[in-house]
Design a protein around this ligand. Structure first.
Ligand code: PEP
Length: 251
């Protein structure tokens, strides 16, 4: 999917950060500037802030969309401590991030589990942001394409389309690092992922592919201008309203 076909997607993943006091400034800044912002902005706070965010957004007018950081693979049941896709949908959420490398590593989530979660998320009318990314060892041994191909093949649910699924390419070695992947590395991997998606898609089209890994207001513009990059998934730099807004503004 070449850059000019869709609005850039800028998503901010707060991970396990943020309290009520973190919200107001960001919502104000983005709502005030909504007329000039030409991208889809998705904020992905912890579950505890979803309802508060939802009540602050100017209904129908806000360009800010809400995402959840995960959901369970079952619709409901005896899963103490878990949150279902239907529950987050009920809070006004439109997107859910699945298969983030932190969940794959810290919670041993497999690509097959990611596909199960994506299926249930789509049943609840959530759009999924499915993360894939190679480790430093994969990259250093030249197996990065193979690693991504495996993750992608196994993580995509049966009914994926370019309307319900976004792919986030996040090389693990570039997350929370001082530097993002280089323009050449991003360009090569996004082109590769795009060609795989074209092969896998029943409708013969690729999906939006966004990049994540040490994006800041200083490198966002260069990255978004790379062919096959349709947006950005931002971690650390999304936590402060001014740096997240700086990224949106630079685009
Ligand atoms: C992430 O964890 O998804 C991420 C992209 O983090 P950061 O922007 O801090 O590298």
């Amino acid at each position: 999917m070449s850059n000019e076909l869709i609005k850039p997607i800028i998503a901010g993943n707060w991970k396990m950060n943020g309290l009520e006091s973190s919200i107001d400034e960001l919502v104000k800044l983005i709502d005030l500037s909504s007329e000039i912002i030409e991208c889809d902005v998705i904020i992905i706070p912890p579950y505890t802030l979803l309802d508060r965010f939802n009540s602050l957004l100017r209904k129908d007018k806000s360009i800010l969309k809400l995402g959840a950081q995960d959901c369970h693979y079952m619709r409901s049941g005896s899963y103490t401590g878990s949150i279902s896709a239907e529950m987050v949908k009920d809070l006004g959420v439109q997107y859910v991030v699945l298969g983030h490398s932190e969940r794959r590593i810290q919670y041993h989530e497999t690509s097959e589990l990611v596909a199960k979660k994506a299926t249930i998320a789509h049943c609840s009318n959530l759009k999924t942001i499915i993360c894939v990314g190679e480790s430093l060892a994969d990259r250093n041994s030249g197996r990065h394409e193979e690693a991504i191909q495996h993750q992608l093949t196994d993580s995509l649910p049966k009914g994926f389309t370019n309307l319900n699924t976004i792919i986030a390419y996040e090389p693990i070695w570039a997350i929370g690092a001082n530097n993002s992947a280089s323009v050449v590395e991003i360009s090569q991997m996004h082109r590769f992922i795009s060609s795989l998606l074209l092969k896998y898609s029943k409708e013969n089209h690729t999906l939006p592919i966004i990049y994540g890994g040490s994006v800041t207001q200083y490198n966002a513009k260069d990255i978004i201008n790379i062919e096959f990059v349709n947006g950005l998934l931002v971690g650390g730099a999304s936590l402060k309203a001014d740096s997240f807004f700086g990224i949106i503004n630079s685009i």
